[in-house]
Design a protein around this ligand. Structure first.
Ligand SMILES: [Zn+2]
Length: 341
C-alpha cells in the first residue's frame, strides 16, 4: 500500500506543480516516519544501555553471608546429588583467578556425591574425590537452569548435567567470587587449614568462645567480622546479632562477662538460623540455588534502618563506622557501658 502511494507521488512530481506539492508532502511524511523510527531506536538503546550500566556498577551493600550460602547449598543438594557433569563451558568474562582447562577434564563424566558448606564456601564433592570449591564473593550466583533458558550476561561457568537437560551456572557480575578445583578432600582440608577459619556459628564450643573474647582487645563488630574467631558472620548478621543480644558494637570483646559472651553466641545462632529459615537476605544480587530470592531483609531490626525507630524502644537507630564497615545499633537498647551484672 505504502509502496503504491510512493510510486504515485513520485510520478505526479514530475508532471507539474501540483505533483510537486504532493512530492513535498511525501518527503515530509517520510521524514517524520523516519524521525519517529530513529527516536524510538534511540529510546530503546538508551533503555538497554541504562540496564546494562546499572548491572555493571551495582552498588554492593550486602554480600552473601552464611545464611545465603547455606540456602544456596540446601537448594542445590536435591538438584545436583548423583548427577554427572557432561560438559564444562567458560562462556563469559574470565573470573579474576581464571578457570584452568585441566579442571574441566577432571570434572567431565564425574558424578556429584554431595554439596556442603564451610563458612561461606560451597563445596561440590565428586565420587572421584575431586572437590569443586565456589565462593560467591560479592555478587555471585550459583543456580541450576534448564538448558533452554537463555544465558544471562556475566555468566562465567556452565556445567551441563546428565539430567533433564539441566545446567549448573555460576554468574558473578563483580567477579570477586571464585571457582577452584582440588584433587582430593585432603587438599581441600589443607586449604581451609591455611585460612585458620574459626568454628561454625551454630555449635560454638563454650570455653573457646569465652576465652577468645576475653583475649581480644578489638571492638565487638571487628571481632565478629574476623573469620578466624567465628566463620560466616558478615556485616548484616553481626549488626543483627549484637542488636538481639543488647550489646554495643563499640564495646571491647574482652569487656564481656561470661553471661554476655554466652548470650551473644546464642543470639548469633538464633539470628543466622532465622535468616536461613527465610532463605537469607536479598539486598542486591543474591538468589538461592534454585533462583529464588531471600526474605530476611524484611526482618532486619538494626541493619540498614538508620534513623528509623528501634522496634523495642522507639529511639532512632544510629549508624557509625566500625572496622571500616557501616554499623547499625540502638543507643538505648545497646548501651556502651555494660549494664550492672
Ligand atoms: Zn532500642
Amino acid at each position: 500500500m505504502q509502496k503504491k502511494h510512493n510510486t504515485h507521488t513520485i510520478q505526479t512530481r514530475l508532471e507539474g506543480s501540483r505533483g510537486q506539492a504532493n512530492a513535498y508532502k511525501f518527503y515530509i511524511i517520510t521524514y517524520c516516519l523516519m524521525g519517529g523510527i530513529v527516536i524510538q531506536y534511540l529510546k530503546e538503546t538508551k533503555k538497554r544501555t541504562k540496564k546494562t550500566s546499572q548491572c555493571d556498577r551495582v552498588k554492593v551493600k550486602g554480600m552473601p553471608e552464611l545464611p545465603e550460602v547455606e540456602t544456596v547449598v540446601r537448594d542445590l543438594i536435591p538438584l545436583l546429588s548423583l548427577k554427572t557433569v557432561i560438559k564444562v563451558e567458560v562462556p563469559g568474562k574470565k573470573l579474576r583467578r581464571p578457570w584452568d582447562p585441566v579442571w574441566s577434564q577432571l570434572l567431565v563424566n564425574q558424578t556429584i556425591e554431595k554439596v556442603t558448606r564451610r563458612g561461606k564456601w560451597i563445596i561440590i564433592s565428586f565420587r572421584s574425590n575431586v572437590q569443586l570449591l565456589i565462593h560467591l564473593g560479592m555478587t555471585g550466583q550459583l543456580c541450576v537452569f534448564n538448558q533452554s533458558t537463555p544465558l544471562q550476561s556475566h555468566t562465567n561457568l556452565v556445567f551441563s548435567l546428565d539430567c533433564k537437560a539441566k545446567e549448573l551456572r555460576f554468574r558473578d557480575i563483580r567477579r570477586f567470587g571464585s571457582a577452584d578445583v582440588f584433587l582430593s578432600q585432603e587438599a581441600l582440608k589443607e586449604f581451609f587449614d591455611s585460612r585458620e577459619l574459626g568454628p561454625e556459628p551454630f555449635n560454638i564450643p563454650e570455653d573457646y568462645w569465652v576465652n577468645t573474647l576475653a583475649k581480644s582487645s578489638r571492638n565487638l563488630k571487628a571481632f565478629l567480622l574476623d573469620q578466624k574467631n567465628i566463620t560466616g558472620v558478615g556485616n548484616i548478621y553481626a549488626d543483627e546479632s549484637l542488636y538481639k543480644s543488647g550489646l554495643n558494637p563499640s564495646r571491647k570483646a574482652m569487656s564481656l562477662s561470661k553471661k554476655e559472651a554466652l548470650l551473644l553466641a546464642k543470639c548469633i545462632g538464633e539470628v543466622l538460623g532465622s535468616a536461613i529459615e527465610n532463605r537469607g537476605s536479598t539486598i542486591k544480587d543474591y538468589v538461592g540455588g534454585s533462583g529464588l530470592m531471600g526474605g530476611y531483609q524484611d526482618e532486619f531490626q538494626a541493619y540498614g534502618r538508620t534513623g528509623e525507630p528501634c522496634k523495642k524502644c522507639g529511639q532512632p537507630i544510629k549508624k557509625i563506622v566500625l572496622a571500616g564497615r557501616s554499623t547499625h545499633f540502638c543507643p538505648i537498647c545497646q548501651p556502651k557501658k555494660p549494664r550492672t551484672r
